[in-house]
Ligand binder design. Structure first.
Ligand code: TYM
Length: 332
């Protein structure tokens, strides 16, 4: 008989153009897991506005991220694809969970600490509360598994703490979600400063490869990637630039770093870089084609996000009502 599938929830912010970090850390795994799970994939626009966005760009990028989900191979017939702000339960639940979250917990989030260093006193309060909204996203769907890159692990742990606390205070309500973090693509690093995560908001475009970068740009960026003076291809923390290139290759090809270093024992950095560039191009070219076609069909994208929002609203509202009732809010 049709046993009920376990649930996956994940999302990406439309706060910039997506990079191969987003693809290898998250999206590629969503594609792999979609048949086994009941999946909710969300474009988290409310998270993106924790940093000021130009309205027209935000609208454009939100649709681009949706097109990238589909172009990367997420089947919109089988999965629920939607835009976060189209499901008001996320914001509502975020308030309720915020009433059960400590300042201490939120101040310990490394992503917040990094951002507050950058913005100082004028850091927005939403950046502080950001992980509570993320917890709402996840908990509103009785999520079992959250496929994300390593940088989101701490937010996942907080989500689990918030859920456990709520369950202990008000009786069993939320399912406790597990993270799913890939081995090879968990943390793709900047090509220019390989000690730093590759990020779509980096000021230096040579530090990242975008999913939509054309082949010649990919070749140029990879050839300029910072390496070292060791001159031998090892998978080692002492050679973070080379290690990052090996991780990219390993993640796309599905082979281990050890197999790669064995393959390259008598080859140089130039060869590795050229192979990495061609591997990325081969992986992304078919996606880029599909994404471009999807973006030309706004009506189709609209039909996907509208259908998705309907389904997501239905599921999320059921859990939200339960939460409101347990807290003692008078039923409407
Ligand atoms: P965001 O938009 O920063 O990134 C989206 C996904 O990409 C992963 N990722 C990376 N993985 C490997 N290497 C990198 N350099 C790299 N950069 C980004 C992230 O880990 C993430 O999986 N808070 C989340 C969005 C979010 C969310 C959620 C995720 C909101 N609600 C609920 C899961 C469940 C974020 O900022 O991701």
């Amino acid at each position: 008989m049709d046993e009920r599938k376990k649930v996956i929830f994940s999302g990406i912010q439309p706060s910039g153009n997506l990079t191969i970090g987003n693809y290898l850390g998250a999206l590629k795994n969503w594609v792999k897991l979609q048949d086994e799970y009941d999946c909710y994939f969300c474009v988290v626009d409310l998270h993106a506005i924790t940093v000021r966005q130009t309205p027209a760009d935000l609208r454009k990028r939100t649709l681009e991220v949706l097109a990238i989900y589909i172009g990367a191979g997420i089947d919109p017939e089988k999965n629920t694809l939607f835009i976060q702000s189209h499901v008001p339960a996320h914001s509502e639940c975020s308030w309720l969970l915020g009433c059960n979250t400590y300042m201490g917990e939120l101040s310990r989030m490394t992503q917040y600490k990094d951002k507050s260093q950058k913005f100082g006193d004028s850091i927005g309060s939403a950046l502080f509360n950001y992980p509570v909204l993320m917890a709402s996203d996840i908990l509103l769907y009785n999520t079992d598994l959250v496929p994300v890159g390593k940088d989101q692990k701490q937010h996942l742990e907080l989500t689990r703490d918030i859920a456990n606390r709520f369950n202990n205070t008000y009786s069993e309500t939320f399912k406790i979600p597990e993270p799913y973090i890939p081995k090879a693509g968990a943390k793709i690093m900047s090509l220019q400063e390989p000690e730093k995560k590759m990020s779509k908001s980096d000021e230096n475009p040579n530090s990242y490869i975008l999913i939509m970068d054309p082949p010649d740009v990919i070749r140029k960026k990879v050839s300029r990637a910072v390496t070292d003076t060791v001159g031998k291809i090892n998978y080692s923390d002492e050679q973070p630039g080379i290690k990052n290139l090996i991780n990219i290759l390993s993640s796309i090809k599905g082979i281990t770093p050890e197999e790669i270093t064995a393959d390259y024992s008598d080859k140089g950095y130039a060869q590795l870089k050229s192979d990495v560039a061609e591997t990325i191009i081969e992986e992304l070219s078919p996606l880029q084609e599909k994404i471009k076609n999807l973006l030309a069909d706004k009506n189709y994208l609209e039909s996907i996000y509208k259908t998705g929002a309907e389904k997501a609203n239905y599921t999320a509202n059921k859990i939200l009502r339960k939460v409101q009732k347990k807290i003692g809010l008078v039923p409407r």
